[in-house]
Design a protein around this ligand. Structure first.
Ligand code: NAD
Ligand code: IPM
Ligand code: MN
Length: 368
């Protein structure tokens, strides 16, 4: 059996709390003989800043590049509010994405049947929901230059962020969306704001041309990002795959998280391009952040983090059937009524992070 080289970067806040539960799932998979791992651990975010004065060390960057997959918790928090912009915790995450060229971020929003009642929307709006947001992750306004704050000398300052997209960046993320749509319900919605942004004009043009050239069998439509936000709340089940830029994808995926009951439910995969041997860099992380408001309380939902390990098994480690087992175990635990506080109806009892981890491992054990 192949041994998978994983780098675990737990990060800050609830990151280490939910990563603990991933470690327990990893230990169970090894004990059950279902997978074999060589695990390294590193520091990222505020934890790395405290140790090295940088949000990720060169040594940990090298480990990330050598790993079959990076499993990432979360970074950030009020403790580091005043550190320099370049060494802020989030810079470590952005560097990993950029240096590993993880341009394709898959954020599936699936409403587990048992959680239709946990969403803030009516159950019939979200029941059976299964959409996939494909977010461009290494371009756009996150990385465009210039990115500056200048003193204008008259008591005013000017801040500039730059949205930049080249044809190849749009083409490669759209290709990922079309390919994935073919494995699902064969429909792609491309979203931008071509009515106000030049990058939106190019985005729409490139996606349209690629579709005509190579993906005519996939249904394609275009929707302005503001209108998409509205439609996602009105009737989200009309969508299959949504492809969009870095910033819109960030915002729309947090919105989509609430359709599933909680942001504590949404895993993600960040993928690079495959090389000649079919190997590609990858990182797996929950969509949520370090949740400073609940950090240290032991109540964070570990499902997004454990679901991210399942995505790693499916997309990078060639063990899709093991990923299915983990997702089935999560569904069984939810069916059995186990709830962390974020997905428990108001006034009903909830369980801790580690009790949820235990329940998932027990469900795996029971062959769920
Ligand atoms: P957040 O996602 O950390 O928290 C938003 C809300 O969701 C909070 O009320 C939090 O308690 C809740 N929440 C999040 N994850 C949860 C979980 N697993 N279980 C239960 N409840 C959960 O977003 P924020 O508060 O805007 O950001 C906090 C910090 O995290 C900031 O520094 C931000 O930059 C950072 N951040 C990091 C990542 C990442 O590392 N990938 C992602 C988003 C935000
Ligand atoms: C996410 C986060 C990050 C982003 C931050 C922490 C840099 O919000 O992964 O969704 O904006 O991409
Ligand atoms: Mn985000």
């Amino acid at each position: 059996m192949a041994t998978h080289k994983l780098l675990l970067l737990a990060g800050d806040g609830i990151g280490p709390e939910v990563m603990e539960e991933v470690k327990r799932v990893i230990a169970w998979l090894e004990k059950a003989g279902l997978a074999s791992f060589a695990i390294e651990e590193g520091l990222v975010g505020g934890a790395a800043y405290d140790a090295h004065g940088a949000s990720i060390s060169e040594a940990d960057m090298a480990l990330a590049k050598a790993a079959d997959a990076v499993i990432f918790g979360a970074v950030g928090g009020p403790k580091w509010a005043d550190v320099g912009y370049d060494v802020r915790p989030e810079a470590g995450l952005l560097r990993l994405r950029k240096d590993l060229e993880l341009f394709a971020n898959l954020r599936p929003a699936i409403c587990y049947p048992a959680l239709a009642e946990a969403s803030s929307l009516k159950p019939e709006v979200v029941e059976g929901l299964d959409i996939l947001i494909v977010r461009e992750l290494t371009g756009g306004v996150y990385f465009g230059e210039p990115k500056t704050i200048t003193d204008l000398g008259n008591g005013q300052k000017r801040a500039i962020d730059t949205q930049v997209y080249d044809t190849f960046e749009i083409e490669r993320i759209a290709a990922v969306a079309f390919e994935l749509a073919r494995t699902r319900r064969n429909k792609v919605t491309s979203s931008e704001k071509h009515n106000v942004m030049k990058s939106g004009v190019l985005w729409k043009e490139v996606v349209t041309q690629l579709h005509a050239r190579a993906y005519k069998d996939v249904e394609l439509d275009h929707q302005l990002a503001d209108s998409l936000a509205m439609q996602l709340v009105r009737w989200p089940k009309q969508y299959d795959v949504i492809v969009t830029d870095n910033l819109f994808g960030d915002i729309l995926s947090d919105l989509a998280a609430m359709l599933t009951g909680s942001i504590g439910m949404l895993p993600s995969a960040s993928l690079g391009a495959a090389d000649a041997a079919g190997r590609r860099a990858s990182m797996y992380e929950p969509v949520h952040g370090s949740a400073p408001d609940i950090a240290g309380k032991g109540i964070a939902n570990p499902i997004a983090m454990i679901g991210s390990l399942a995505m790693a098994l499916r997309y990078s480690l060639g063990q899709g059937e093991v990923a299915d087992r983990i997702e089935k175990a999560i569904a069984a635990v939810l069916d059995a009524g186990k709830r962390t506080a974020d997905i428990a109806p108001k006034g009903t009892p909830s369980i801790s992070t580690s009790a949820m981890g235990t329940a998932i491992v027990e469900a795996l054990d029971a062959g769920a």
